[in-house]
Design a protein around this ligand. Structure first.
Ligand code: URA
Length: 246
C-alpha cells in the first residue's frame, strides 16, 4: 500500500503504527530511540511523509503501513469474538502493536476450528471481505466421525437443507481425501456451515481446518499453527481468485 498519504508528525506516525499512546511515542522520540532516514530525530513535531517510509525504533527497521493485512494459522481453543468468554482470543496470538492498531478478525472460525484466518485494521477491507454478496471459495478439510461415502459427497454437492435457511446449501466442491476425511469448498460463510452440512447429511465433523481462501493457501504461506504473517499485495490479489459478487 504505497499510495501517497498526508504528512504526519513523528509522534502521530509512531502511534498510527501501534507503538502505544501519543505520550509514550513522544517519550521514545525524546529518548533518541527513533531514526528516520538513518538520522535520530528527537523532535516529535518533525513532519514526515509516510509514503514508502521506513523508520527505526530501538534499532529495528519498520516499514510504514497505512493498514495491516494479516494471515493467522489459527490453533484450536482460541475464540474469534471481540469479547472471548471460554478461551483466549485470537488477538492474543498477534503482537502488541496489532492490538494497539485495533486489528480484528475478518469473519469467524469456531473456537475448535483451525487454519487460515484473515485479520486487519482496515474496516473497508473487513466489510468487503465479509459482505454476503461476496462469493469466494473457502476450502475446508473436514475429519468425520463416520466414513466418507459417495452418498455423503453426492448429498453435499446436491445441497442439504439447514434449519433456518430458506434454501438448501450445497458445496461447490466435495471430494474424499481419506476414509474419514473430505475437502469441502464453500462459497458462503453461514454459521457453523460445514459442521451443520455434515450433520444434515448424517455424519459428524470431529475436526475442521480451513486450508485456503480464494487462491491464498496455508501451504503457500507456510505458517505453523499459531504463527502469523503480514500479507503483501500479491497475497491480497490471491484472495480474490474465484470471486463472484451477486
Ligand atoms: N464451518 C464451520 O462449521 N465452522 C467453522 O469454523 C467454519 C466453517
Amino acid at each position: 500500500m504505497t499510495k501517497s498519504s498526508p504528512k504526519l508528525t513523528l509522534d502521530r506516525l509512531l502511534q498510527s503504527q501501534g507503538f502505544g499512546t501519543r505520550k509514550w511515542c513522544r517519550s521514545l522520540i525524546a529518548d533518541g530511540e527513533v531514526k528516520v532516514n538513518g538520522e535520530v530525530v528527537t523532535d516529535y513535531r518533525a513532519s514526515v511523509d509516510p509514503a514508502g517510509l521506513s523508520f527505526e525504533l530501538f534499532g529495528e527497521v519498520w516499514p510504514y503501513r497505512e493498514h495491516v493485512y494479516i494471515a493467522l494459522n489459527k490453533p484450536a481453543n482460541f475464540e474469534c469474538s471481540r469479547k472471548p468468554s471460554h478461551h483466549p482470543g485470537v488477538l492474543t496470538l498477534l503482537s502488541e502493536q496489532c492490538a494497539w492498531r485495533d486489528v480484528q478478525p475478518v469473519g469467524r472460525l469456531d473456537h475448535d476450528t483451525t487454519g487460515l484466518l484473515l485479520m486487519s485494521d482496515d474496516g473497508a477491507f473487513i466489510h468487503a471481505q465479509t459482505s454476503p454478496r461476496r462469493h469466494v471459495p473457502k476450502i475446508y478439510l473436514a475429519t468425520t466421525q463416520e466414513p466418507v461415502t459417495q452418498a455423503l459427497i453426492s448429498e453435499l454437492l446436491a445441497g442439504v437443507q439447514l434449519h433456518d435457511e430458506p434454501a438448501p446449501l450445497r458445496a461447490l466442491v466435495c471430494r474424499k481425501v481419506g476414509d474419514y476425511q473430505c475437502e469441502i469448498v464453500l462459497e458462503q460463510g453461514k454459521y457453523h456451515q460445514v459442521k451443520r452440512m455434515l450433520a444434515a447429511a448424517g455424519n459428524h465433523c470431529s475436526f475442521l481446518q480451513r486450508t485456503a481462501i480464494g487462491g491464498l493457501t496455508l501451504d503457500e504461506l507456510g505458517l505453523a499453527e499459531g504463527e502469523w504473517c503480514y500479507l503483501d499485495q500479491r497475497h491480497l490479489e490471491l484472495l480474490a481468485v474465484g470471486l463472484t459478487t451477486r
